[in-house]
Design a protein around this ligand. Structure first.
Ligand SMILES: [Mg+2]
Length: 455
């Protein structure tokens, strides 16, 4: 661990500044009420800080996109950056603007509780979480402190990254792509492998003909009567064997996007994959079927994981305390932001459940994840979907580059999230027809009387 904090909180310095304050107050009875604490940004007076504006910019990039960046401005020039969950619109954040205008941004827990009722599952929580991140960024800048420190300090100095690769219909080629990830320095790899791979191979998937696209995408898995056959399982195993042959059995390999299959197929795949020692299989059914998850987890020797679409702390708690899954993977831009995700991790630790973190956005949300991961004991690894996006790390400055170095991100010691926007680069990737943090007065007024949930 660096000696940054020991330097910052040097005991002699604190005593000296305390003595100066004491002497000053004896000499000057009109001294300001705000105590002159040494590590507080003197450009900011915390007790009179107020939110004055909320603006956004919509960024497009290869992979999950668009990504909405938000900026909360204050009456003292300090601002905070946040990001709405990938592939969600700016309105999720903007509808909250009138609820935070005029408030002190340092009252993070109060403001979170004030807006939390307007969040929901998956992308619907994007606005609440973006604002929560930005409030931490402001607090860190005001108190000259990195976000991880305000959560209780670091468990680790670097954050392990895991990533998948593009899929290939050729198992050997798929293995080669995974190997290239390993050669980039990654210490943990994920592969997407589902029944879509079997599409043109007869007798591999049992499914009623003529299902609509809506049924295939929006009906929960148990309701589309889709199962994998033995032939299908054998073919899927060829892909996993090829990837394992390419990267070896020494490093964690996770699996996602198995397709919308029934509980029995999930169990049979979990058994078939046992010999490949997978770290987990992910989101095999919707997260809210706790009892079905428990059936799969109890019967499958391959560990299970879910969480990237869960908003409420209590839903994570239900899964953990019932051991319905082996691991959880919240997306911080859905799971309530930095503090809630830290609390979810601490809760899961008590039940012996490890936490990976799902993430697919820009470096702004990435750094919110990094601070949370640094401060949360049961953290395993953080996802990244932009290893092949050349400009991804150029979207921000003020942080050590490359941001991802041989599969790890160094936890920054700079105040707040520890990043500044690279305006020129971001403007090159704006969603066509949208502006760059333009005024948003149309969101200043409350649109409906919906704060009170009881009378
Ligand atoms: Mg996933």
């Amino acid at each position: 661990m660096s000696d940054y904090n020991s330097l910052r909180f040097n005991r002699r310095g604190i005593l000296k500044s305390f003595g100066a304050v004491l002497a000053g107050s004896l000499l000057d009875r009109t001294a300001p009420a705000e105590p002159a604490v040494k590590n507080v940004n003197l450009h900011s007076s915390p007790s009179t800080l107020k939110i004055t504006d909320l603006r956004y910019a919509v960024i497009v990039k290869p992979g999950p996109s668009p990504c909405v960046l938000i900026r909360i401005d204050t009456n003292q020039g300090v601002y905070g950056l946040g990001e709405v969950r990938d592939i969600a619109g700016p309105n999720y954040a903007m509808v909250l603007k009138n609820r935070i205008l005029g408030e002190n941004p340092l009252n993070i827990d109060f403001l979170f509780e004030k807006i939390a009722q307007f969040g929901g599952g998956a992308r619907q929580a994007g606005g609440v979480c973006a604002i929560e991140m930005a409030l931490w960024d402001i607090a860190g800048k005001v108190y000259n402190c990195p976000v991880y420190q305000m959560l209780g300090g670091k468990w680790r100095d670097t954050i392990r990254i895991y990533a998948d690769t593009t899929e290939s219909m050729d198992p050997k080629e798929y293995g080669q792509r995974a190997k290239e990830r390993k050669e980039m320095g990654l210490t943990w790899i994920k592969m997407d492998l589902g029944i879509d791979t079997l599409k043109n191979i007869p007798n591999t998937v049992m499914q009623p003909a003529g299902l609509s696209n809506w049924e295939l995408r929006n009906q929960p898995h148990p309701f589309i009567a889709t199962e994998v056959t033995d032939k299908g399982i054998d073919r899927l195993c060829e892909y996993v064997a090829a990837v394992r042959d390419a990267i070896g059995y020494d490093m964690p390999l996770s699996m996602d996007h198995l397709g919308h299959i029934g509980v029995n197929s999930a169990i049979r795949l979990g058994k078939a994959y046992e010999k490949f020692n997978l770290e987990w299989m992910e989101d095999v059914i919707p997260w809210y079927y706790t009892d079905l998850w428990k059936q799969i987890t109890d019967a499958s020797p391959t560990p299970t994981i879910t969480g990237e679409d869960i908003y409420q702390f209590t839903d994570f708690e239900t899964l953990c305390k019932n051991h319905a899954v082996d691991k959880i993977h919240p997306d911080l831009a859905t799971s309530g932001g930095i503090l809630q995700t830290h609390k979810i991790g601490n809760m899961a630790f008590r039940y012996g459940v490890p936490m990976a973190m799902h993430f697919a956005g820009t470096p702004v949300c990435c750094m919110a994840n990094v601070h949370c991961a640094a401060a949360t004991r049961n953290f395993l690894a953080l996802e990244n979907h932009s290893l092949d996006v050349p400009f991804w790390q150029d979207l921000v400055t003020g942080i050590e580059k490359p941001i991802i170095n041989r599969g790890f991100i160094k936890v920054p010691d700079t105040p707040g999230l520890g990043i500044t926007l690279n305006d020129d680069e971001l403007k090159r990737h704006l969603k066509p027809g949208t502006g760059y943090f333009e005024p948003t007065p149309m969101w200043n007024e409350k649109q409906s009387w919906d704060d009170a949930l009881f009378s």
